[in-house]
Write a protein that binds this ligand. Structure first.
Ligand code: COA
Length: 165
């Protein structure tokens, strides 16, 4: 299998990769809102995985950047297809998002994740992000059923930031 990952912006009229977007954020209305406000990028393998039925199957990752303030962007969503996780592509996507935010003139890139998302907290910190705050009870209401990961209830949003200057 090729490890060659190409990242490009979602083309006008191209359907967003909903399956991937909802992996990172189960709230479709929330995703729809930031897709409309932001820039969606997809990552595709140069060679489709074995078993892929059509060209679109080659898309294995997504991320969304939204400008949230003067020279501040937020990584609102990032996901790698479940069958492709744990192979380094998530880290490649975070680095692609950082490079893109820098290209767009951002001085900082922010991201928020759940208190129970231990793998994601590790990933962002390995990529240089520092914890800057906590939004207590962010996930308590409005996400339907209670969310558990790693045996921990997801209640709070941990805010992280990376300085790009
Ligand atoms: N168990 C624990 N940690 C793991 C792991 C596993 N099975 N697989 C990866 N990690 C951690 C490690 O810290 C790893 O760093 P290392 O390579 O230095 O050990 C780091 O994640 C990056 O691994 P990578 O293989 O690049 O990540 P990935 O391709 O699996 O993508 C996500 C990471 C988070 C994008 C992916 O798991 C995903 O799409 N998850 C669902 C959506 C989601 O939660 N998005 C983020 C919302 S905040």
């Amino acid at each position: 299998m090729s490890d060659d990952l190409t990242v490009r912006r979602l083309m006008p009229g191209e359907p967003p990769p909903w399956e991937l977007l909802l992996l990172a954020d189960p709230s479709r209305p929330r995703v729809e809102a930031y897709l409309a406000a932001g820039r969606c990028y997809v990552a595709a393998l140069a060679e489709p995985l074995a078993g892929a039925k059509r060209a679109g199957d080659a898309i294995i990752g997504v991320f969304v950047l939204v400008a949230t303030g003067p020279r501040v962007y937020e990584l609102m969503n990032i996901a790698v297809a479940e069958r492709c996780q744990g192979r380094g592509w998530g880290k490649q996507l975070v680095h692609a998002a950082i490079a893109e935010a820098r290209r767009l003139g951002a001085e900082s890139l922010e991201v928020g994740t759940g208190n129970s998302s231990l793998q994601q907290l590790a990933l962002y910190q390995k990529c240089g992000f520092r914890i800057v705050g906590v939004e207590r009870d962010f996930f308590k209401e409005g996400y339907g059923a209670e969310i558990y990961e790693n045996g921990i209830r997801c209640l709070d949003m941990i805010r992280l930031s990376l300085s790009l200057t």
